[in-house]
Design a protein around this ligand. Sequence first.
Ligand code: KIV
Length: 290
Amino acid sequence: MGRLTAPAIASKKVRAGDDPLVMVTAYDAPGARIASEAGADVILVGDSVAMVVLGYDDTLQVTVDDMCHHTAAVARAEPGCHIVADMPWMSYHVSPEETVQNAARLIRAGAHSIKLEGGRKRLPMIDRIISAEIPVMGHIGLTPQSVHAMGGFKVQAKHAEHARKLLAAAKSLASAGCFALVLECVPDRVAAMVTDEVDIPTIGIGAGSRCDGQVLVYHDLLGIEDRLVPRFVRRYADLRAVSVSAVSAYAADVRSGAFPSAAESYRMTDAEAGELDLCDRQVSSREMRW
Ligand code: KIV
């Protein structure tokens, strides 16, 4: 099966008999190859790169340059997945002209579409991006770029009034032409209501099982990031523990002289060694420490 296009994704609804969409983040070529080989439908080059790769406490620190750098790395791997790139904070807040230019940079870096956060107030910018023929994925509920305005990373739309507003935002994004919608950290019943009421696919993260797809952050699902494990993360591996143990074994081997072995070293012919008067020099692993 070929790579999904934005229009193909837009028509995927579980209620119409489609399989749920599988989206996973990736930020570099090895991650993109793994996601592709694992059969993910969509790779999100998320601004979560700020937290899980670049060591920041929130996503507000990454720039369009950063996102282009990571998007290009993912694209160079030529994954068989649709690539969505996140527009970082302040790249779509200032003017429509700047917004379209920034979206275009992400497409030129290798993305097939972009994602941005927020509801109705983003409609003018979304309209301009779509007018430039760039497909847009929406993102509502917990929008991490609003961490300060929201007062922290908190579950959203827990009250009926807020759930109604979320539904109105979802409908407005769908009417504006978004091809899919991320719902982050909202109660499962609210996500189900939105999923039933819009015709584009919903992709949930912390939004229960009744979405048209799911997304997880690569480093969370592989257990590379284990400092904070939100309730919605399922860890499918413990790569951090595996990695610490592998690097510890390497460190021990270097210190004992067990690494590198002769098989892991390059050889000079006896004739060449003779020229250098090195013929009877035996290189043991231990000697290679100098
Ligand atoms: O940046 C990201 O990883 C995201 C997902 C949490 C949806 O936006």
